[in-house]
Design a binder for this molecule. Structure first.
Ligand code: P6P
Length: 339
């Protein structure tokens, strides 16, 4: 007898009622985010038929050229979340500053941060992209400010992503492991397909943009050289490489079958700690990875312990199979290879 599949709503009600893990307001917020991801998936799947491909002729706060779908996804998330009464404010990779819930709507106790469409360079070539989101509580006090968002990643109360690939799949943690839901388009609901995703501690697969090799710091270069040396080298095993250039897709592969993902500091922009953003890329992915038994550091410290100083600050990211992340971190700390 096949296991009865449950919906995202039923899963969240059980997390709320049975485990007492999440308040009703957070459950409702997550259901709104999931519905917004469904709408984004619908727009993404239209592709050229929906006039959603190509650039929008504008730049975001990061100075990056915006794709039409970047703006569509951002608007869908803002419009879906602003009126429900669960949020005090939102922040997005696509926007400068924070978006306060308009006074005409009830104010909630949560803060929502998101990268509305990660991996935009893959949109026009039909490769997986995704939405990444992170939820924290608003600190006590009346007005909400940008400062309220600057909390370390271990203060998150929910984190997840939705990958728009061969399936539309939502992956979520509220602190009780990592659950995966696949969108059943006939029913229009996300259905639980895996309740406890786990990352093996060891792997033979690394993900890094190899074209940046000449810019890497020594510890990263050492680690990758050892992987490339294969079983004749110090690691005694051959490695495979994957690089999708969509963090959501690369991290989903690692949550599904293990691996290590690295976007480290490099000397192209020595004054920037890395390319990826701490608040709405590294923090949510780091919590998901840790909840699945993996590890996530910036080479020196646990990503979830980093104290943010700016909303859009960047960070070096090394995450995935724990024994591999530990090895790279130890190389950064000048320690010899673990046994
Ligand atoms: P590169 C996408 O633009 C992104 O922010 C991540 O999703 C991805 O891992 C990385 O940048 C890809 O960067 O330099 O390889 O194009």
């Amino acid at each position: 007898m096949t296991q009865k599949r449950i919906s995202l709503t039923q899963y969240l009600v059980e997390q709320q009622r049975v485990d007492g893990l999440i308040p009703g307001q957070l459950r409702l917020l997550l259901e709104v985010v999931a519905r917004a991801c469904k709408r984004i998936s619908h727009a993404v799947n239209k592709g050229a038929l929906g006039d959603v491909l190509g650039t929008a002729g504008s730049e975001n706060v990061q100075g990056e050229v915006q794709k039409k779908l970047d703006i569509i996804a951002n608007e869908v998330l803002i419009e879906a979340n602003e009126w429900g009464g669960h949020l005090a404010a939102m922040a997005s990779e696509e926007m400068d500053g924070i978006y306060q819930v308009p006074n005409r709507y009830p104010q909630g106790e949560y803060l929502l941060m998101f990268d509305p469409l990660d991996g935009s360079s893959n949109i026009d070539v039909n490769v997986s992209i995704g939405t990444i989101f992170s939820v924290m509580r608003k600190p006590e006090g009346a007005a909400v400010s940008e400062q309220d968002f600057l909390q370390p990643g271990h203060r998150q109360v929910a984190a997840g992503y939705c990958v728009y690939g061969p399936q539309t799949t939502l992956v979520l943690t509220v602190g009780d492991g990592v659950a995966m839901f696949t969108l059943d388009r006939e029913m229009g609901s996300f259905v639980l397909v895996e309740e406890h995703m786990t990352i093996p501690a060891d792997t033979r697969e690394f993900a890094i943009n190899m074209s940046n090799m000449r810019h890497w710091d020594t510890p990263v270069r050492r680690y990758i050289d050892e992987c490339l040396a294969g079983k004749e080298g110090p690691r005694g095993k051959d490695f495979n490489m994957r690089w999708i250039a969509s963090m959501v897709a690369d991290v989903h592969r690692i949550l599904t079958r293990g691996g290590i993902f690295m976007y480290p500091w490099d000397k192209r922009e020595p004054n920037k700690p890395g390319k990826l953003r701490l608040m709405y890329e590294a923090n949510p992915m780091a919590w998901l990875v840790e909840q699945a038994g993996g590890a996530a550091t910036n080479g020196y410290e646990r990503i979830l312990d980093l104290q943010p100083t700016q909303l859009h600050e960047r960070v070096s990211v090394i995450l995935g199979s724990k024994n591999e992340v530990d090895r790279v971190t130890q190389y950064h700390q000048g320690k010899e290879a673990p046994g």
